[in-house]
Design a protein around this ligand. Structure first.
Ligand SMILES: C[S@@+](CC[C@H](N)C(=O)[O-])C[C@H]1O[C@@H](n2cnc3c(N)ncnc32)[C@H](O)[C@@H]1O
Length: 196
């Protein structure tokens, strides 16, 4: 999966990494920035998505589609598709450009809208990457976990750098008898839950 990343995907990844770096350095406003995961976390979620049991692969929070490209690599391996949700018009436009340039439209479905309006329709979830506004993490968690297949994996970003805001949701997950959960100290901290 990582040894033969198509050139079109690699090129768009490098481009988004440069934009993200530049925006962080020049003080671009939070809502305009891509706020994407680092490449190490991309590899981490791709590995977990490829190892997840059969079921839907979803992502909550697309931005320009950087993390989706990593999930697309996993989907190429497993023969699945990733459905990714993005609420902001300008981010949807960037994500469309990403998926066109990278040539991954065969494995990516981009949904323009509030993920909370769609999650109740997502049954049999094998893998979910949650990376949206922290204020909706608890609601997303409560909607996703019941719809996960046994062995299904949920990864939530920012478990360490937004720990204070996310504490109630993190406590809930770490004590939740429906899942086994740990916080992995890579990137901004990844909460990883496996449905029992
Ligand atoms: C941290 S960024 C995602 C970064 C992306 N996962 C990556 O690593 O490339 C969060 C994104 O979630 C989007 N978002 C926030 N709330 C949302 C919601 N309720 N439904 C869909 N997207 C949402 C934001 O507009 C923003 O683009």
């Amino acid at each position: 999966m990582f040894h033969d990343i198509p050139q079109t995907i690699l090129a768009r990844m490098r481009e988004l990494e440069q934009i993200d770096l530049r925006d962080r350095a020049d003080g671009t406003s939070r809502m305009k920035r891509l706020r994407q995961i680092p490449s190490g976390v991309g590899r981490f979620i791709a590995l977990l998505a490829a190892a997840a049991p059969d079921g839907r692969c979803i992502e909550i929070g697309t931005s320009a589609g950087y993390s989706t490209l990593w999930l697309a690599l996993a989907c190429r391996v497993t023969g699945r598709k990733v459905t990714t949700f993005e609420i902001l018009d300008e981010k949807v436009e960037l994500a469309r450009a990403t998926f066109d340039a990278a040539g991954v439209n065969d494995v990516v479905e981009l949904v323009h809208g509030d993920a909370l309006n769609y999650l109740s329709e997502c049954k049999n979830i094998g893998f979910c990457f949650l990376d949206a506004e922290k204020e909706i993490y608890d609601r997303c968690y409560e909607m996703v976990v019941p719809c996960m297949v046994q062995g299904g994996i949920l990864v939530a970003d920012n478990a360490i750098n937004h720990q204070a805001t996310l504490q109630p949701m993190l406590d809930r997950a770490l004590r939740d008898e429906r899942v086994d959960a740990i916080i992995v100290p890579i990137g901004n901290g990844e909460l990883v839950c496996r449905k029992r």
